[in-house]
Design a protein around this ligand. Structure first.
Ligand code: CP
Length: 328
């Protein structure tokens, strides 16, 4: 594996290899000493041009737990405010001896540009670009689902070696602005899951009917018809809506009433169905506190699994593994 730019670049075998490596990494995280020597002497640069809590911290924790040195770069407070380009920032970091670059950027395609420009010769990991892709989020979501849905038997509690064939996953909300939805549809399809997207028509992208999933405008009907194994609520990305002049739904109350996961809808889900959210959440809008804090919520577990997934990705990129499509 040379880079991780898009969930769509991963084959079924490559995705399962990352999930299985994640299971190995996760097992080390319950030990008293969590640190492994695998990346000792290497430097990982976290290049964040857009705000982040979970992804930034978990990439830092992952690199440190593999004994790498970490340089954190945040566009806020840097020379980006003086007009420095992505190219010059990248050249500066390369000169400082980066061995891998993790990049979050508000522009879709920035990680691909960095990986293919020749400005850096290191592996590049996409930590979320614009409305395009967030592959490590999709991997941690798939790992969490596999633990709950495909574990047990010979596969062990983490479902090692297995895909998600036959799992029914419903993804609800602001699909239009969501790199998490795009990445999850790509990866879940590769892993054999059946995905249904639910959103108001105004929050679905043009061309969504060509994606490898079903599409619905009606959450209650979908819960009743699909009987999902996992339901993933998406954040309503109000910051992207206000810059477009708003008007995507009549009011937050109307949105919540039709598409929010409230107590009634929570009770209508099959008993085994897990409730997921990538975070950060708008409590009371796309998800009620009752749903977010319920015993079937995996939201905190997703954050913990994010560290193990990112350990696996950094390990496979820097210490060996297979090639993804995006690296060829
Ligand atoms: N899920 C996610 O990407 O969260 P952050 O924006 O906090 O990194």
């Amino acid at each position: 594996m040379r880079h991780l730019l898009s969930a769509a670049d991963l084959s079924r075998a490559e995705a399962i290899e990352i999930l299985d490596t994640t299971a190995t990494m996760a097992a080390t995280q319950s030990r008293e000493i969590k640190k492994l020597p695998a990346l000792r002497g290497l430097t990982v640069v976290n290049l964040f041009f857009e705000d982040s809590t979970r992804t930034r911290i978990s990439f830092e924790a992952a690199a440190k737990r593999l004994s790498a040195d970490v340089i954190n770069f945040s566009a806020k407070g840097s020379s980006v405010s003086k007009g420095e380009s992505l190219k010059d920032t990248a050249l500066t970091l390369a000169a400082m001896g980066a061995d891998a670059v993790v990049i979050r950027h508000q522009a879709s395609g920035a990680p691909h540009r960095l990986a293919t420009s020749g400005w850096v010769r290191t592996p590049v990991v996409n930590a979320g670009d614009g409305m395009h892709q967030h592959p490590t989020q999709a991997l941690l979501d798939a790992f969490t689902m596999r633990r709950h849905l495909a574990g047990g038997g010979d596969a062990g509690p983490d479902g090692v070696g297995r895909d998600l064939a036959g799992a029914k996953v419903v993804i609800v909300g602001d699909v239009l602005h969501s790199r998490v939805a795009r990445s999850n549809v790509d990866l879940l399809h590769t892993l054999g899951a059946d995905v249904t997207l639910v959103a108001p028509p105004t929050l679905l992208p043009v061309g969504v009917h060509t994606w490898p999933c079903a599409v619905s405008y009606d959450l209650d009907a979908t819960i009743a018809d699909v009987r999902p194994d996992a339901i993933m609520m998406l954040r309503v990305q109000r910051e992207r809506m206000s810059s477009a002049g708003g008007g995507f739904f009549p009011s937050p109350m109307e949105y919540s009433r039709r598409y929010g996961l409230d107590g009634t809808r929570l009770a209508a889900l099959p008993e085994h169905c897990v409730v997921m959210h990538p975070g950060p959440m708008n409590r009371g809008l796309e998800i009620s506190a009752k749903a977010a804090d319920s015993p079937r919520s995996t939201i905190v577990e997703q954050v913990a699994n994010g560290v193990a997934v990112r350990m696996a990705v950094l390990y496979l990129l820097l210490a060996g593994g297979t090639e993804t499509e995006g690296s060829r």
